[in-house]
Design a protein around this ligand. Structure first.
Ligand code: ARG
Length: 559
């Protein structure tokens, strides 16, 4: 993938006659002064029966600079390579100019399908913090996979089935009104749901009523289905509003209820394979010593979250024949997914890579009720705060509304994705919306700044500009950062870690800002140099834009 690495490996192999040296054997030194690439000679010492520093010295004498390598140095056990800066710039900047919004993409996935189960909120319940995280992380993983040659299939596994619907029906019949339901569906349903739990403490018979209603629902009772359908449609239209705000798209909306008529077959299959055990009237699967048994059918015949996930996995395997099946769901469901994958394995159905892409909690986020956020409030507040900042910073900006939206929502998305997903993280408005540090606005601003330089230039940067004019170290460093984008994208996709990309974008912004304080662009010493620097700026702009797109955030040209 890294052409320079490959070139270096070829040279080492030719000279040392060593087999088995691949990309992983060539490193990038921590300090560019040491070189652009380094080969630790330890791995040859056994074969050559020499100490690594001696091998480095010997190789240095043999490997001559060429049209790509400017200089080879030995330092202790390392052999350090310097790539010619004109070759590096030429290759990189031309490629960006040519590929544009496709720069950084590759065919790693060879067209294989990746089914990504993400967002998946629950009907009649507010969008939880966890659902926001799943939405944002899942969307980035979706885009990263499409960009690296896979075909992403985004599935919103809506929580639209389960015993809670029995409770909701009882609650709605007792305290609900259709009028309030129309007005603010999720808030109304949530309120009566909370009330149900309070009342059920005093009148436990409500729980029996709820169970009875859920059974009616599973049996296809008309009134039960009518109410369920009403709750579902109203909640969904609210969720869809959020997705529109966040610019997020799904390929399938098959929620849990979609598997109603597919669960019997799953239970039959489990039975046929002798995997079901009766335990106090319920049917469970024993999944091994290290996990509790998984409940598949309750003693009253009701199905479970697990049953629907089993049916969903079989359906997805059959429908999409995927290379990977991903579940972007919070850490608390670790056990559930370990059980799920284990059962599928025991059924002989673990037919592709399956992965629970888990994530941690938000700490310190003020919520109205327990772990519940009202997403719309959060998004509105972000846009509001962004508007205030923009008004202060750039009072003459034309489309403040749109930019505030891009910045506010971008800040939330970036603030989430910049953290390693498995870690718990702080939620802080100030930190997220700051124009300094590892934030969305910082990266967006670097992009807007470059757009402004190019606007002031008045013409499109010349893709044929003479790259050999770029002689400063900081220019080489910036070119190298641009060159590294492809690898970062591939790593972020393969490890399901968008934060690698978010960090990279911050570093690219920082390197650009250093470059810009040291190197005048429009007022460069010569026209040739100005042309080359503009092309470099344009490449950085393109990479920032592509990177932000992969994270799911907008890149305004002015802010
Ligand atoms: N609706 C579930 C919840 O809110 C998440 C569903 C995740 N996807 C799945 N296939 N289980 O907890």
């Amino acid at each position: 993938m890294d052409e320079f690495k490959l070139h270096i490996i070829e040279k080492i192999v030719d000279e040392a006659g060593a087999e088995g040296i691949d990309e992983s054997c060539v490193e990038i030194p921590p300090d560019p002064k040491m070189g652009d690439y380094a080969f630790p000679c330890f791995m040859l010492s056994k074969k050559l029966k020499k100490a690594p520093p001696m091998i480095a010295e010997w190789l240095k004498a043999k490997i001559k600079p060429d049209e790509v390598i400017e200089q080879v140095e030995n330092a202790g056990p390392y052999l350090n390579f310097f790539v010619r800066r004109d070759v590096l710039a030429e290759k990189t900047l031309r490629e960006v100019a040519e590929k544009k919004e496709k720069y950084g993409s590759c065919d790693l996935g060879k067209g294989g399908k990746v089914v990504i189960d993400f967002s998946s909120p629950n009907i009649a319940k507010p969008f939880g913090i966890g659902h926001l995280r799943s939405t944002v992380i899942g969307n980035s993983i979706y885009r990263l996979h499409n960009f690296t040659g896979y075909t992403s299939v985004g599935v919103n596994h809506i929580g639209d089935w389960g015993t809670q619907f029995g409770k909701l029906i009882v609650a709605f019949n007792s305290w609900g009104t259709e009028k309030e339901l129309e007005k603010e569906p999720i808030a109304h349903l949530f309120n009566i749901y909370v009330k149900f739990h309070e009342e059920a403490k005093i009148r436990p018979e409500l729980e029996d009523e709820a169970r009875a209603w859920f059974r009616k629902l599973e049996e296809g009772n008309r009134e039960a289905l009518r109410l369920w359908d009403l709750f579902k449609n109203l909640s969904l239209s609210e969720f869809k509003r959020y997705y529109k705000e966040l610019d997020i798209h799904f390929d399938s909306w098959h929620g849990e209820s979609f598997y109603n008529d597919k669960m019997r077959a799953v239970v039959e299959k489990l039975k046929k394979k002798n995997l079901l055990t009766l335990s106090e009237g319920a049917q469970v699967v024993e999944v091994g010593e290290d996990m509790p048994p998984a409940l598949v059918v309750k003693s009253d015949g009701a199905t479970m979250y697990m049953t629907r996930d089993l049916a969903a996995a079989l359906y997805r395997l059959h429908e999409y024949k995927p290379a990977k099946l991903l579940y972007v769901v919070g850490g608390p469901q670790k056990l559930h997914f370990r059980q799920l994958f284990k059962i599928l394995e025991m059924m002989g159905e673990r037919k592709c890579d399956m992965m629970h892409v888990d994530f941690g909690h938000y700490l310190g986020m003020k919520t109205r009720e327990g772990n519940i956020i009202f997403l719309e409030e959060v998004l509105d507040k972000a846009v509001e705060l962004a508007k205030k900042i923009i008004k202060e910073k750039n009072p003459s900006l034309a489309d403040k509304e749109d930019v505030a939206k891009a910045v506010g929502i971008g800040a939330i998305i970036f603030g989430d994705l910049v953290n390693d997903r498995v870690r718990d993280m702080e939620f802080s408005w100030d930190k997220m919306l700051s124009f300094e540090g590892e934030t969305g606005p910082y990266v967006q601003y670097a992009h807007a700044r470059i757009c402004s330089i190019i606007r002031r230039h008045g013409k499109k940067p010349d893709s044929k500009a003479d790259c050999s004019a770029l002689k400063e170290d900081i220019e080489k460093e910036l070119v190298k950062k641009v060159y590294a984008f492809r690898q970062v994208v591939a790593d972020a996709a393969e490890s399901y870690k968008p934060h690698l990309l978010a960090h990279y974008l911050v570093e690219l912004g920082q390197t650009f800002n250093t470059f810009y304080t040291q190197c005048p662009v429009l007022k460069a010493e010569s026209r040739k140099l100005a042309g080359a620097r503009l092309l470099l700026c344009d490449a950085v702009r393109q990479v920032l834009a592509n990177g932000m797109w992969l994270l799911g955030i907008k890149a305004p040209e002015e802010m």
